[in-house]
Ligand binder design. Structure first.
Ligand SMILES: [Zn+2]
Length: 336
């Protein structure tokens, strides 16, 4: 009896310890002062507001240079990660390289995730949501570059591709189904926007200061209904009305720089590559289709010729036979 009681007490203690350990690995957006790591001690924490950042453009020419396969495919893994309070998208089939617009350092896309409401605050205010494209430095994967895109709900979607991407990602997350089609990363970005570049941190514990941020300076307007759907999935699946970190104080260590729209994020080259690829696919497809049609036509002609030849050969004996029959009809008896 005493041994059973001891076992019960031991198991209860173990269970409490395990529960405490799992809980300690999670974090709470309503109690951000308790976050560990560099969250409360760092000198260049993220996110920040750009409302008071000067908009004097940096001299020179800058662009985000994408290369490789930068499309999300239906094989992408779309999950609601409760411990991270996020919808996270990873796609092993996507091999997308992005160069930092200022340093030119090469990074590879690792995952995408969303924050509601937005974490960064643009000059015209916060957004309803923010997409973070997380990349790792090719030379040192511990160093990250995160591309941030802020979305705002409106009556009319200015960017149907971005709205479709967000809508389908959240639908897939809620229903645990695959994405219905491929989505080009760059095609879902703002096409004519400037950007802020600064040195910051992860916006979740341990808030490591290893992130080079590139944040588009203008929000993408999507349908309010899409925002509502996103909020519903986040609330239902995660049980929290928000998953954005509080704004952090802007310091000189952030080295915030503004790049004007005409020069940054010049997506035309990559879009031109996609267009050329699509045109090539259409040309090759047309050629293959034409070749098949020609082959079938040729085959049809041959069959027709064969049939006609066959008919002629079959008719010939008949003619002879009719001739003979005629002759036979008129002749009463064949000569012996
Ligand atoms: Zn994030």
């Amino acid at each position: 009896m005493r041994r059973t009681a001891f076992r019960l007490a031991f198991c209860t203690l173990l269970s409490v310890m395990l529960t405490w350990r799992v809980a300690s690995q999670q974090f709470n957006y309503h109690d951000q002062h308790s976050w560990e790591g560099s969250c409360n001690t760092g000198s260049r924490q993220s996110p920040i507001s750009f409302t008071h950042v000067g908009d004097a453009p940096m001299p020179g020419h800058y662009e985000i240079d994408l290369s490789g396969d930068c499309e999300l495919t239906p094989t992408a893994d779309v999950i609601v990660a409760p411990n991270l309070h996020q919808v996270v998208v990873t796609d092993p089939a996507m091999k997308c390289n992005i160069k930092h617009p200022v340093t030119g350092a090469a990074y590879t896309v690792q995952q995408l995730h969303f924050h509601l409401p937005s974490e960064h605050v643009l000059r015209d205010g916060p957004g309803d949501a923010e997409l973070h494209i997380v990349t790792a430095n090719n030379a040192n994967p511990d160093l990250k570059m995160v591309v941030g895109i802020v979305y705002r709900g409106g009556d009319d979607s200015q960017h149907p591709i971005a709205a479709a991407l967000l809508s389908n990602v959240f639908r897939s997350a809620a229903k645990q189904t695959a994405l219905p089609r491929r989505y080009g990363l760059l095609e879902s970005m703002p096409q004519k926007a400037g950007g802020y570049v600064y040195e910051g941190s992860l916006t979740t514990p341990p808030c490591s200061e290893v992130v080079s941020w590139v944040v588009f300076s203008e929000a993408v307007v999507i349908l309010s209904k899409v925002v509502s759907d996103m909020k519903r999935v986040m609330n239902v699946k995660i049980g929290t009305p928000r998953n954005n970190r509080d704004l952090q104080r802007v310091r000189s260590e952030h080295q915030v720089q503004f790049i004007p729209s005409a020069e940054v994020f010049s997506v035309n080259r990559y879009l031109a590559q996609i267009t050329v690829r699509k045109i090539l696919i259409v040309i090759v497809g047309t050629f293959v289709f034409g070749a098949i049609i020609l082959l079938l036509w040729h085959h049809h002609d041959e069959n027709k010729a064969c049939l006609e030849a066959g008919n002629t050969e079959e008719l010939a004996p008949l003619t002879e036979a009719s001739g003979n029959a005629g002759q036979a009809g008129y002749g009463t008896a064949a000569p012996v």
